[in-house]
Design a protein around this ligand. Structure first.
Ligand SMILES: Nc1ncnc2c1ncn2[C@@H]1O[C@H](COP(=O)(O)OP(=O)(O)OP(=O)(O)O)[C@@H](O)[C@H]1O
Length: 518
């Protein structure tokens, strides 16, 4: 490993030069005396575990927060970034991790935010803006998104692409992509890869945050690793092996990535959850499956193939139009999340930060809410027992015990997701519906989640597990079903699970169907 702390090239060609920058939130030093630089036209990855300080750095560059000390130079000039507007004026555009759309506004109105079509010419100006946005989206290959659709009706991946498109269409000199691929998979990731190549070809500097090393390798020529707010290394990405990078991110050697499946796994225990010919008013068509105690049933599929509806239907959140759900092998209606929880089913949803947590409440209150009765002593809550129990789950998830008292909103994006998962571990349900549970989660904690899932299944729990990261399905699932065009196109046994088999079925390859039929 040839880690270097020196600037990679001369000052004149630097887009961003960060020198001794420190930023604290109360007692937390989110960025601690950090110095490094990024050259013009480069594509630079910012890496680090959850809470390492990546988003804080993005917020400093976006003018959302100001440094306590240190300096930031942009294109050779000292820049005091006082507000997002100021940062925009200097050529910085950001696609934020917490997408910034207003959900009940249309695509068009969101694309115009925060500036709007404010010209006194009113309609005329708006019509021009409409044409401009429509053309801009078409140029980026997003011409099929309806401008009048309310953003809340769009899939998370489409919202993410709009967040990126809005930043790109403002012709930035520096494009900041904060975990922009965490909601993307398959061809959507390729879409972003092509976009990065085109942006760089026109001289734009790209800063890319991702927890997926393969993307960093594909998209970025230089990397910076942060840990605990401190700068660890900056160098050409080719200088580091994956092992070097993981070691620097975690600050320790990593154990085996995936826990072993139990040897000679039987077909599983009794059916706990299933469906027969289930359809919804959304995308699901005639899906039948059977989830057994003690197994991890993987779910694969490109965005929008019906898998999300299946998860929502199992949690009482979809409009079922045909077929039946089954609990313990008998037909059952699950008409609300409350009924699902009562039946022992938990869901870690896709959009955990808004659907999974109350950001103003502490991690303790968030985690104990579904099981508060367990801590009730007469009219009172036994807060000591509550704290001890939640504390143990936080330890298992490697979440700082500060989460017991601190509001969830003060944690980094990844740590908020970990709190959302801790909440459902505590609930000790018999069925866990995990919708892309490791999205936005750092490598060390991913390991932890894999082990928790396996332990949970080995103890008799049943897991339905969708992932946009195909290797997770290959190594964790006891078998997998693949969605295509609203239905289950293939079911693949553990022995036959491979990235190729899953991808082929996910792309609707006829060969996959033949295999299934054989
Ligand atoms: N608004 C806030 N108030 C208090 N503390 C905060 C706030 N925002 C971030 N922090 C703290 O600053 C540290 C760095 O957080 P940051 O969001 O920059 O991490 P990150 O590297 O982006 O993590 P992730 O991969 O989880 O998104 C964390 O300890 C976090 O708890």
């Amino acid at each position: 490993m040839k880690a270097s702390l020196q600037p990679l090239i001369s000052d004149a060609a630097l887009a961003i030069d960060i020198a001794h920058v420190t930023k604290s939130y109360g007692a937390t030093r989110a960025i601690d005396d950090v110095s490094f630089s990024i050259r013009q036209g480069g594509s630079h990855a910012l890496l680090g575990e959850n809470g390492a300080g990546k988003s804080t750095l993005v917020k400093l560059l976006s003018g959302l927060v100001s440094p306590d000390s240190g300096s930031i130079r942009l294109f050779g000039e000292e820049a005091s970034l006082r507000s997002p507007r100021h940062s925009h004026a200097l050529g910085i555009q950001t696609a934020y991790q917490e997408m910034t759309h207003v959900k009940d506004l249309s695509v068009l109105d969101n694309m115009l935010l925060p500036y709007g079509a404010v010209n006194p010419l009113g309609m005329m100006r708006r019509r021009q803006a409409r044409d401009q946005i429509g053309n801009g989206l078409s140029e980026l290959g997003l011409g099929d998104i309806a401008l009048d659709e309310e953003v809340q009706h769009l899939e998370l991946a489409v919202r993410q692409k709009l967040e990126i498109a809005r930043a790109v269409m403002r012709k930035p000199r520096v494009l900041l992509l904060d975990e922009s691929t965490s909601t993307l998979s398959g061809s959507d990731v390729d879409w972003l890869g092509d976009l990065i190549v085109k942006q760089r070809a026109s001289g734009v500097t790209v800063v890319f945050i991702s927890h997926r090393l393969s993307e960093v390798r594909a998209f970025c020529d230089t990397v910076t690793v942060l840990r605990g707010g401190k700068h660890i290394a900056t160098s050409a990405s080719a200088d580091f092996s994956d092992g070097d990078i993981i070691g620097m991110i975690a600050g320790r050697e990593m154990a085996h990535a995936f826990p072993r499946r139990r040897a000679a796994r039987s077909a599983g225990g009794a059916e706990v959850l299933g469906a027969v010919d289930l359809s919804t008013s959304g995308k699901l068509r005639n899906a039948s499956f059977s989830l057994h105690a003690g197994e991890i049933l993987g779910v694969a599929g490109l965005q929008g193939m019906g898998q999300l509806d299946l998860f929502l239907a199992c949690f009482g959140m979809a409009d079922v139009t045909g077929g039946t759900l089954q609990l313990d092998g008998r037909p059952a209606a699950i008409l609300s999340p409350a009924e699902a929880v009562k039946a022992g089913i938990s869901l870690v949803p896709e959009d955990r930060k808004t659907e999974g947590l109350f950001l103003e409440l502490s991690g303790r209150h968030n985690a104990s809410m579904p099981v508060l009765d367990r801590f009730r002593r007469g009219m009172l809550i036994d807060t000591q027992l509550e704290e001890e129990t939640v504390g143990r789950v936080l330890d298992r998830m490697e979440i700082d015990r500060r989460a017991l008292w601190t509001r969830a909103g003060a944690f980094s994006g990844g740590n908020q997701q970990k709190i959302a998962i801790a909440k459902w571990l505590l609930a000790e349900s018999r069925v866990l519906l995990l919708y892309d549970p490791t999205r936005g989660i750092d490598v060390g904690t991913k390991n932890q989640i894999y082990r928790l899932m396996r332990d949970y299944a080995d103890a008799g729990g049943a897991v339905l597990f969708y992932s946009t990261e195909i290797p997770e399905l290959v190594h964790l699932a006891d078998r997998a079903m693949v969605f295509y065009g609203g239905g289950i196109a293939a079911e693949i046994a553990a022995a036959d699970l491979s990235e190729e088999a899953l991808l082929r079925a996910a792309l609707g390859s006829p060969a996959a169907h033949l295999e299934l039929a054989a």
